[in-house]
Design a protein around this ligand. Structure first.
Ligand code: ADP
Ligand code: MG
Length: 338
């Protein structure tokens, strides 16, 4: 049986502002099993980064907080850990890589020293051994001439090579879970494909789980075992990658798929864009949060928030169109509100 590694339950996280508490994630639930790649996909501003920061408890430093719900890692609620305990978990069990590799690297240290530092901190390696292992890691992430590269500074490497170094630093702590927040967005398309290949290869070799955050359905298609589609703070559809691509149910998912260049459900080569824009946090419409942009909006969509409806055993969608479709409605969200 699949083993749960990370289980997010009804997580609401947000920010205290002059306008009151603003929810950037609104009761989201998501599970990542051991060895699995789960992708969170959605437009900019949907709450993807806030979700990852909440898992890492870095949200505290970004001026935000977890308001409700739990984040279980190995069955322990990370929301209840002290920052001290979180520092241990962050270094050793969960690692994170961000969009911009340059901002993650220190310009005044060689890349070998930076990887070695991570090995010293998290694996208690001594100087000479740490430097030797750093070279091995540089090789592992596919950088040619690792001994020479180890002695170079970040500015001497390309963006793609720097992102490989950032991945090496993350791997230095041998994480069980790697959270990658738009790891290839800043890179050009060819380099992006190489980094995704690298992540896939490392995952199969090292058996880690990956939570990959992207705005790009094409990236999710290549990487994910499961896809969670996020819109304006909520997961509106979630399921296995084939289910999502073969039977997308939420109109927002359908719109995202139609905007992939060359996707067969797309409109004959013409790039589709979903009309309208995502609402800022604190300004959600009544009813379904997607209804102002939805081509299928019905009366109920304008007044009542849809619960999750099960399409198949492990494919859910929060859309009223699926109220009377096969499968039973999961009304737990409603029940909780009642
Ligand atoms: N520090 C902050 N203070 C207030 N609002 C924030 C802060 N960080 C993010 N937000 C808001 O939270 C929402 C979700 O942001 P984010 O998680 O960064 O989206 P995504 O990563 O999906 O693009 C956005 O509306 C954003 O403006
Ligand atoms: Mg983001």
């Amino acid at each position: 049986m699949a083993q749960k590694l990370l289980e997010i339950r009804k997580l609401t996280a947000g920010f205290a502002t002059e306008k009151g508490l603003l929810k950037a994630t609104d009761g989201i639930s998501l599970t990542v099993n051991k060895g699995q790649t789960v992708c969170i996909v959605g437009e900019s501003g949907s709450g993807k980064s806030v979700t990852s920061l909440a898992i890492m408890r870095l949200i505290d430093y970004a001026g935000g907080m977890i308001l409700e719900g739990s984040i279980d890692f190995h069955g322990q609620d990370l929301g209840k850990k002290t920052q001290e305990e979180m520092r241990g978990i962050r270094g050793n069990q969960i690692a994170m890589i961000f969009q911009d590799p340059m901002s993650s690297l220190n310009p005044v240290f060689t890349i070998g020293e930076q990887i070695a530092e991570s090995l010293r901190l998290h694996q208690n390696k001594k100087d000479a051994e740490a430097l030797k292992l750093a070279v091995d890691l540089i090789r592992l992430v596919g950088i040619p001439a690792p001994e020479i590269r180890a002695k170079q500074y970040p500015h001497e490497l390309s963006g793609g090579m720097c992102q490989r170094v950032v991945i090496a630093i993350a791997l230095a702590c041998n994480p069980e879970l790697l959270i990658a927040d738009e790891p290839t967005t800043a890179l050009d398309v060819t380099v992006q494909a190489q980094i995704l290949d690298l992540l896939r290869k490392l995952q199969s070799e090292l058996g880690m789980s990956i939570l990959l955050i992207t705005h790009d359905m094409g990236v999710a298609a290549e990487m994910a075992d499961r896809i969670a589609v996020m819109y304006a703070g909520a997961i509106v559809e979630e399921g296995g990658v084939e289910e999502i691509f073969d039977h997308p149910s939420h109109p927002y998912t359908v719109g995202l798929l139609q905007s992939i260049p060359g996707f067969e459900g797309g409109r004959g080569g013409e790039l589709y864009t979903i009309s309208g824009t995502i609402p800022p946090i604190g300004q959600l419409p009544a009813g379904c949060r997607f209804h102002p942009r939805c081509p299928h909006a019905m009366d109920i969509c304008r007044s009542e928030e849809p619960p999750d409806f099960m399409i198949t055993g492990d494919h859910r969608t929060a859309c009223w169109l699926f109220k009377d479709k096969p499968g039973s409605a999961d009304t737990s969200r409603e029940a909780k509100r009642a």
